[in-house]
Design a protein around this ligand. Structure first.
Ligand code: SF4
Ligand code: SF4
Length: 340
């Protein structure tokens, strides 16, 4: 008798536990959908200040190939007036992040700090991020970036040793860039500032996997955030560069959340689907000097791309067929949000 009662109590407890887990799972999925399905305005906006040949030639970047570099052989730089137009089109809201970068090394743009300061004066709430390989981050540059109002400095150290840095980026400057990273953190700390937050990463590819642990352990003690960055293959543009992703993309493909949450603006004001589309105009969605970013975001071209993904017609969208970046976003489409 007692056994029966105990077993009924246990069954009821188990039922409650399962119900609670299902409710929590549903809430997590709803949060994810709220985060990634941004029909009104993207949550993440990339602004490319320039497109031309980089000082580096990294294997995980389209700049590795001569073909791509030849396409970028004429210098394209965003003028300040174009940047001002962009700034006016971005709402002053928390929860939006703006990555000011370049399709080369970001610090090659000498006026970068002027652009960042202008943005933060006009729009204090969105988070401004820059990504740099840090090679040109001198003491003077570190101070001016800290003073610019920058929120996050994403320092692409990319590798965990001199040897792998040489293999990955073709440069002998690993020790120098490590010193540059240490120095910018020291300067910020000596000024008793908590901004910019400084983060760094190692690229998540098999060839570097033996360095993941020591890298994260070392740099976590120095910067605000250090991790292994999931490797994206740039729509297949870097597949021939001798690097191996850690994991295969899942067999069951789902729509790429990029199309619902992120946007990219090039130096001439063109808004592009995701990456810089060097080979054709197929990925150009509009120009912010003719239409606002919001209008472009809610326009027919973006809607048509989303439809292709919803219908599984990935090969009809430029670069999407061979891309693995969709798998780096959560599967917000299935009922379990991709959770096992
Ligand atoms: S530094 Fe950046 S832009 Fe330049 S080649 Fe390397 S990854 Fe590409
Ligand atoms: S899957 Fe398509 S939309 Fe998504 S990042 Fe790759 S190329 Fe861009």
């Amino acid at each position: 008798m007692f056994k029966k009662i105990a077993s009924a109590i246990n069954a009821a407890k188990e039922r409650k536990r399962k119900e609670k887990a299902a409710i929590e799972k549903k809430a997590r999925l709803e949060e994810l959908r709220k985060e990634y399905l941004r029909y009104e305005f993207p949550k993440s906006i990339g602004v490319s200040l320039s497109e031309f040949e980089c000082i580096y030639r990294c294997r995980m970047c389209p700049q590795y190939s001569d073909e791509y570099r030849n396409i970028l052989n004429s210098r394209k730089i965003m003028d300040f007036e174009t940047f001002k137009v962009i700034v006016e089109q971005i709402p002053d809201e928390e929860g939006i992040s703006v990555e000011i970068s370049s399709m080369n090394e970001t610090l090659m743009c000498k006026d970068l700090e002027k652009y960042i300061s202008y943005f933060k004066e006009r729009r204090p709430k969105p988070m401004v991020v820059i990504a740099t390989n840090g090679r040109l981050l001198t003491e003077e540059r570190a101070k001016s970036l800290i003073n610019s109002g920058l929120d996050v400095l994403s320092f692409s150290l990319d590798a965990g040793s001199k040897e792998s840095y040489k293999w990955l980026c073709g440069s002998d400057d690993y020790e120098l860039v490590c010193e540059n990273l240490l120095r910018v953190v020291e300067i910020r700390n000596s000024l008793k500032l908590d901004k910019p937050k400084v983060q760094t990463h190692i690229i998540g590819i098999k060839e570097l996997s033996h360095e993941f642990g020591p890298f994260v352990e070392k740099w976590s003690k120095i910067v605000d955030f250090a991790n292994v960055r999931n490797y994206g293959n740039w729509g297949g543009l870097v597949d021939d560069n001798g690097i191996t992703p850690m994991d295969k993309a899942p067999e069951k493909r789902y729509p790429c959340a990029w199309l619902w949450c992120a946007s990219k603006i090039l130096s001439n004001g063109n808004v592009v689907k995701c990456f810089i589309h060097p080979y054709s105009n197929g990925g150009i969605l509009g120009n912010i000097k003719e239409k606002s970013l919001k209008e472009i975001w809610k326009g027919e071209k973006v809607a048509a791309l989303r439809k292709l993904h919803e219908n599984g017609e990935y090969s009809k969208a430029e670069l999407c067929q061979d891309c693995n970046v969709w798998s780096l976003f959560p599967d917000i489409w299935s009922d379990d949000g991709g959770e096992k």
